[in-house]
Design a binder for this molecule. Structure first.
Ligand code: ATP
Length: 364
């Protein structure tokens, strides 16, 4: 059982300005066998957290537990974790076999056992060759593609049979197509091995696709922790709402009036079940994803009335930017429902998918 726990984990770096708090009293539990993503913008502390779990960084205060043990002061090599870095960190002068065997050799594992573990890991990762591909075991990293290098790095991590995998943006050096392939592959591998995995990414789509749970971080703190569905459907605050989703959520400033929300001269029905709870004239932010609108050329009650400004092709659908009394509202429509440029349309947000924020926090 390898649960990971942090308690009040804080890391400050000294700098000219007096110090950066990269981790701010962070308390977190990652369950055994979980695929856990750390997501957030550049500089939010993701890598620092991962490096602290790995033992490559010493916390300023707080503790790290791996399994039952307090590992806060345990050196990296003795934590039973394997880390895969963004640039894979393969040794250029070693062959694939030697690279994969390296952690075992350092540990003094007998040669025959090393060989066995290398072959098993290489086979799992598709590096030994099949009828159609040539085996790669005797090559050096320079003679491998980015995707192959990534597999070698993963094979090196799995051969050591760690109880925890730590991945720092392991897909970011791959081109878009290979990245999708590698993503599916990584997910399958993690499922098969059932090893507790912490995965750093700044790509929200990647986190949504891969993770069992996601921690969305900002300025060294966790702003929301939940399943991909939870953080997508019900972002806990406007920061998470604006960060998650391939097309950003509409976050529209409004004011409560007679149980409705007045936004850009349109009266919108509040989210289900919030009507009675709203204080008259309260300033709120209405959150509505572009995907959750009904768009019509005819008037709809409780809808935004807007003019079509821009239509962007998303492949099977279109992203329309509407001008609603000077406020931009984005909605997704099916390709066949493309309105004329400058047409007037009514866009009705789905009440069961509309969110309301006050002071930046979700109220309904
Ligand atoms: P990115 O996605 O850009 O890698 P990140 O979320 O991983 O960002 P960190 O690398 O953890 O962020 O950095 C968190 C904060 O700590 C940043 O403000 C960064 O500048 C600072 N920081 C990180 N490492 C050091 C260091 N060795 N010395 C000083 N400051 C550091």
């Amino acid at each position: 059982m390898t649960q990971i726990r942090t308690a009040d984990l804080t890391k400050t770096f000294a700098d000219a300005g007096g110090g950066v708090t990269a981790l701010d009293a962070l308390t977190l539990t990652i369950e055994d066998g979980e695929f856990f993503a750390l997501l957030g913008p550049s500089g939010c502390g993701k890598t620092t957290l991962l490096r602290t779990l790995a033992g490559l960084e010493t916390p300023s205060s707080g503790a790290v537990y791996i399994g039952e043990a307090d590992m806060t002061r345990t050196p990296a090599g003795k934590r039973g974790v394997a880390m895969v870095f963004q640039d894979y960190a393969l040794f250029p002068h070693m062959t694939v076999t030697e690279n994969i065997a390296y952690p075992l050799r350092v540990r003094g594992v007998p040669k025959a056992q090393q060989r066995e573990a290398v072959l098993a890991a290489a086979a799992d990762l598709g590096l030994t060759g099949t009828d159609t591909t040539v085996g790669l075991l005797d090559r050096r990293p320079e003679a491998l593609s980015g995707g192959q290098q990534q597999r070698v790095a993963l094979a090196r991590a799995t051969a050591a049979k760690p109880s925890v995998f730590l991945f720092d943006e392991p897909l970011s050096n791959l081109d878009a197509r290979l990245r999708l392939e590698a993503r599916t592959f990584l997910k399958r591998l993690q499922r098969e091995l059932a090893v507790t995995t912490v995965f750093v990414t700044h790509d929200q789509a990647e986190a949504l696709a891969l993770a069992d749970r996601i921690a969305v971080m900002q300025s060294g703190r966790i702003r929301q922790l939940g399943t991909p569905r939870e953080v997508y459907r019900r972002p806990a605050n406007t920061f998470v709402a604006s960060f998650i989703g391939s097309t950003p959520m509409n976050l529209l400033e409004g004011v409560v009036r007679d149980g409705r929300v007045l936004v850009a001269d349109s009266e919108i029905a509040p989210p289900d079940g919030t009507g009675e709870r709203l204080a008259e004239r309260a300033a709120v932010v209405l959150g509505a994803r572009p995907e959750y609108f009904r768009v019509s050329p005819d008037p709809l009650d409780g809808a935004f009335r807007g003019t079509v400004e821009v239509a962007e092709n998303l492949g099977s659908s279109l992203l329309l930017t509407l001008d609603v009394s000077g406020t931009a509202v984005q909605v997704v429509v099916a390709e066949e429902d493309e309105p004329e440029p400058r047409a007037t349309v009514w866009a009705l947000p789905r009440a069961d998918r509309t969110l309301l924020y006050a002071d930046g926090e979700l109220v309904g």
